[in-house]
Write a protein that binds this ligand. Structure first.
Ligand SMILES: *Cc1c(COP(=O)(O)O)cnc(C)c1O
Length: 501
């Protein structure tokens, strides 16, 4: 299996190279040149498999330059019961809500309590093996721009991993108190964390620029290093995410929610378009899916795009209670456009050029038609997010986080508007304890304490729902990092953190 760049199809690289490099030198993203076929017989065989066995089966079809032993090692090192608390790292919680059935795919049982762990616990294993195969003996410098959850999950995945260094940038006032504390207290000899004055898009744009800057790459190379990425632009991030959608389908069959071969709907709270794209990839392989419901918060650039075919990032940016979705430039959409345009690299590049130059583009009629037939876009404002947390807790005593609430609310609208009652899986992307302040407000707590960990305790008192150990353990831990940089100076921060001038 080879990988192409979305902006220059003539380029072909191995999976090891795609993962080691992160992004193509032309600025495009790596995509598989074909999708391995997942037929119903294969899915039937997967029904009796463990999550880890399902993961091996799917991953091995994409990483064809890895040996079976290497893939075994990656999968079994990442998805352990110790790290995820369950043998199945992605269990489904089913319940009836507002008269219809919710199947919440809980993707947050990993060490940092957000779905990013599903990919970032395995990515370092992919990457160290890829570096050996295709890294030319260089160490990898992982640059991360984060809207909150990726940063911590990447730090946790890469801490003290040989031949890697990791530097994380987050928007100073764009993450929750818990997210900030999680990152600033990170342990490990090879980690650096820095806040920036700006929003996530600023951080992501600057990281992409440093990444593709020839000068900086040369300096790194001279010092025995190369850049790589743990953001969802890295193929090694997306691949593990395909697994849990296929696995969820198997579990839906095993739970008796659907018959083998029946279609499901998939709802995803979306920011950078990585998670929902992984669901689309599962469908491209053959997973029976009817609709993808793309749920946004008040930063509803994707809702408008799905409804009109016009992507316009020139709009107000809102800081919301679901900060991991406060994004106006959804990087992975580029991959979808490439596939839906019939793998047209020139067309894809022209959209991305327009986005860079004017912040706006309109897709062709053909792409628009395909998007409308497969995707539904909806959004949920702050008030409705909180109301949804409240209602779900009142009705079912189930506590969801702010991002998951956005998905539940948009799915609720979808069912009401369309009457489509196809059984649906909803990605539940974080533990409610990562966003205690907003969740406490949502369930009507009027005397919320001021400190983050007192809020966590209060939320536990009021709901009886267990606090995940990795969050409880952070209490009282002293921050190691406190730097706040201007977004123009991020390059300098990188060189300093790497100890090179
Ligand atoms: C990252 C994140 C999202 C958005 O996922 P994308 O892949 O960026 O679309 C949603 N919810 C949570 C909790 C996240 O951390």
């Amino acid at each position: 299996m080879q990988y192409n760049s979305t902006q220059d199809k003539s380029k072909k690289v191995s999976s090891a190279q795609a993962i080691a490099q992160g992004i193509s030198h032309d600025g495009g993203l790596f995509v598989p040149e074909t999708f391995p076929r997942l037929d119903l017989t294969t899915i039937e065989n997967m029904l009796s498999m463990s999550y880890q066995e399902r993961a091996k089966l799917i991953i091995s079809q994409y990483l064809t330059d890895f040996t079976d032993e290497e893939i075994d090692d990656c999968v079994y090192s990442a998805y352990t019961k110790v790290k995820f608390g369950h043998k199945n790292p992605a269990p489904i919680a089913s319940m009836t809500y507002n008269g219809h059935s919710l199947n919440l795919l809980e993707l947050w049982h990993g060490p940092t309590c957000a779905f990013k762990d599903m990919a970032l616990q395995i990515l370092p294993h992919f990457l160290t093996k890829s570096l050996k195969k295709a890294g030319g003996g260089l160490d990898a410098v992982i640059l991360v721009a984060t809207s909150g959850d990726t940063g911590k999950a990447a730090l946790e995945g890469f801490k003290d991993v040989d031949h890697t260094k990791i530097i994380v940038f987050y928007p100073e006032s764009g993450v929750s108190a818990m997210q900030k504390h999680q990152m600033n207290t990170q342990e490990g000899e090879n980690v650096y964390v820095c806040a920036i004055k700006g929003n996530f898009d600023d951080a992501q744009t600057a990281v992409k620029k440093i990444f593709t800057d020839d000068e900086t790459s040369k300096i790194l190379k001279k010092n025995g290093m190369m850049f790589s990425s743990a953001n969802s632009i890295n193929w090694g991030r997306l691949l593990p995410q395909i697994v849990y959608y296929v696995s969820a389908y198997c579990d839906m069959v095993n739970l008796g929610k659907v018959e083998l071969g029946d279609k499901i709907n998939i709802t995803v709270p979306t920011g950078n378009f990585g998670n929902i794209l992984a669901a689309y990839y599962a469908y491209a392989m053959g997973l029976p899916v009817n609709k993808f419901i793309c749920a946004s918060n008040s930063n509803n650039v994707l809702t408008d795009f799905i409804n009109t075919g016009v992507y316009n990032k020139n709009r107000e940016f809102y800081t919301t209670v679901s900060p991991s979705m406060d994004i106006l430039v959804s990087s992975n959409l580029e991959r979808l456009l490439y596939h839906l345009s019939g793998e047209n690299d020139e067309e894809t590049k022209s959209y991305m050029d327009m986005l860079k130059a004017d912040g706006i583009y309109e897709v062709s009629h053909e792409i628009k038609e395909k998007i409308t037939s497969l995707f539904y876009g909806g959004f949920c404002d702050e008030e409705n997010t909180k109301k949804t947390i409240h209602n779900l807790f009142e009705q079912r005593r189930y506590l969801c986080d702010t991002h998951t609430a956005v998905a539940v609310a948009v799915y609720d609208d979808y069912v009401r508007i369309t009457g489509d009652d196809t059984p649906a899986v909803i990605a539940s992307t974080a533990s409610p304890y990562k966003f205690s302040k907003a969740v406490l407000e949502s369930i009507g707590c009027e005397d919320a304490p001021a400190s983050e960990f007192d809020m966590v305790e209060k939320l536990h008192e009021l709901t009886g729902i267990e606090v995940p150990a990795p969050l409880a353990d952070l209490r009282g831990k002293e921050p190691r990092f406190s730097e706040v940089a201007d977004k123009e100076n991020m390059q300098g921060v990188v060189l300093r953190a790497l100890d090179i001038e």
